[in-house]
Write a protein that binds this ligand. Structure first.
Ligand SMILES: [Fe+2]
Ligand SMILES: [Fe+2]
Length: 472
């Protein structure tokens, strides 16, 4: 990597040129990152020019540039949102104190763990999606996949920046470990469950971007409230990019729904599989799967860790500063649905230990708004079918519902009932094989696979048949 001017190579607003120690750490890490990108990033297409957005500043207007880049040449920058002068910690035991510009000694370990856990999800999703380019439904979608991938790479840089700049030697070791774990690996898996699942096809990818990237939005939003100011500012900027990832997911699923409805009307049948479409009950099973594994990412309903992160001032609630209460939550309670023998009951629990559940509630409401927009597409086509989010207790591996079998409509069911019905509720091997059979690459500009409608408009004002990836 000799000859690279890193202050140029890494667009940043963190004064990298003046920080020799950080610059050296990143110079050492960058080649290892590129090695990881070659091994575990997008399979193929590394020499193709892709029409990508690159972050170049943090201004509300014009924070990004669009242009053709080969992915390994992408300028993975380090950007923090502008500091808020006089920012104070808005919750917990340190409420009212000035936000911390450095890591408070007593919280060093906890804070490092929070950053590493967030950081680990970023390369994990790139690994999960690495084979998808080979089966893209269009050049437009191929470009969106790569945009998401390079930005998840940049999010890894963002977390590595925090580790290298603020956590000394331990931080540098964690930065290396982030490149060593592998999604789905038996010996060194990624930290969180959903990030070890496979993303084997584009339906899964769009579902992942809608449901799992949205977990990211809520985690980042609560870390953006952090008393540790560099973390807060980093996460605030990451949220800007995350919005596009969820757009890719929502419009991706929406376009599949639209295409399915078109085929249903055209051929007067619910079974569109014979006509190269994905039927609505299969879509529902994919929703059930991706929603439930994403719910697990929020952790147990009752969590003393969550309470501690809050009281320490490290991780707030979603839109903490907009809430009208004491921001201490010592005497407050919160309604939590939990398993109560063979039924599900809502109980008032201490608000502090219920913070995971509260964040999950914000997330569920946001997901429901997206599902309602998909249902609009179905309704407009005059079709009588409604996609639904399953009950939060359905198919859970973490928290109180993990011990039970819960149906999508929220009944605690017997093993026997589960066995009789789970094939209606979760994607079957047959569903997955069918979806896989549709994954034939479409690489002609402006053309789309049989199972997905074209988007309403192109990227950055470009036409839909724009050469988003130069494949020749
Ligand atoms: Fe991310
Ligand atoms: Fe994302």
């Amino acid at each position: 990597m000799a000859g690279i001017d890193y202050t140029e190579r890494i667009p940043n607003n963190v004064g990298l040129a003046e920080n020799r120690r950080l610059l050296r750490a990143l110079e050492e890490w960058h080649p290892k990152f590129l090695e990881w990108w070659q091994d575990m990033g997008p399979n193929g297409f590394q020499a193709n020019e892709v029409y990508l957005r690159t972050a170049v500043s943090v201004g509300a207007q014009g924070w990004a540039q669009f242009g053709y880049v080969q992915m390994p040449e992408y300028r993975w920058g380090i950007f923090l949102a502008e500091p808020e002068p006089g920012r104070q910690i808005s919750f917990g035991a340190h409420k009212g104190s000035a936000a911390w510009p450095e890591v408070p000694g007593e919280y060093r370990g906890v804070l490092r763990r929070l950053i590493v856990t967030q950081g680990d999800t970023e390369p994990a999703s790139v690994e999960q999606q690495r084979h998808l380019g080979r089966t893209c439904p269009s050049v437009y979608d191929l470009r969106n996949l790569f945009q998401v991938n390079v930005e998840e790479g940049r999010h890894l840089w963002a977390m590595v920046y925090l580790l290298d700049a603020y956590f000394g030697r331990d931080g540098r070791e964690e930065s290396e470990a982030l490149l060593q774990r592998r999604s789905g690996d038996a010996d060194k898996p990624r930290i969180l469950g959903a990030f070890n699942e496979k993303t084997p096809d584009w339906l899964s990818f769009f579902m992942f971007s809608f449901f799992t990237d949205r977990d990211g939005k809520y985690q980042l939003a609560s870390l953006a409230e952090s008393g540790f100011d560099p973390l807060s500012r980093t996460c605030r900027f990451m949220l800007t990019e995350e919005a596009h990832h969820m757009f890719v997911g929502e419009t991706g699923v929406g376009r599949i729904v639209q295409r399915t409805c078109e085929l249903m009307r055209e051929h007067r049948t619910d079974d569109v599989s014979r006509h190269g479409g994905i039927d609505l009950p299969t879509m529902q099973r994919y929703i059930n799967f991706h929603f439930s594994v994403s719910l697990d990412l929020f952790g147990s309903e009752i969590s003393t860790n969550a309470a501690n992160f809050y009281t320490m001032g490290l991780k707030g609630r979603f839109e903490e500063t907009k809430k009208q209460d004491d921001h201490l939550l010592k005497d407050a309670s919160y309604p939590v649905a939990a398993l109560d023998a063979d039924r599900i009951a809502v109980r008032e629990e201490p608000a502090l230990t219920s913070l995971n559940e509260r964040l999950r509630d914000d997330y569920v409401a946001d997901c429901a708004r997206g599902v309602a927009r998909w249902n609009e597409v179905i309704k407009r086509a005059g079709i009588d079918f409604e996609l639904k989010l399953p009950h939060r207790g359905f198919h859970r591996a973490i928290g109180s519902f993990a011990e039970a079998k819960v149906s999508p409509d929220g009944r605690v069911v017997s093993e026997a009932e589960w066995d009789a019905h789970h094939r209606e509720w979760l994607p079957t091997d047959q569903d997955r094989a069918f979806v896989q059979s549709l994954m034939q690459p479409v690489t002609e500009r402006g053309k789309f696979a049989s199972w997905i409608a074209p988007p309403a408009r192109g990227i950055n004002g470009q036409p839909i048949d724009f050469e988003y990836v130069r494949l020749a």
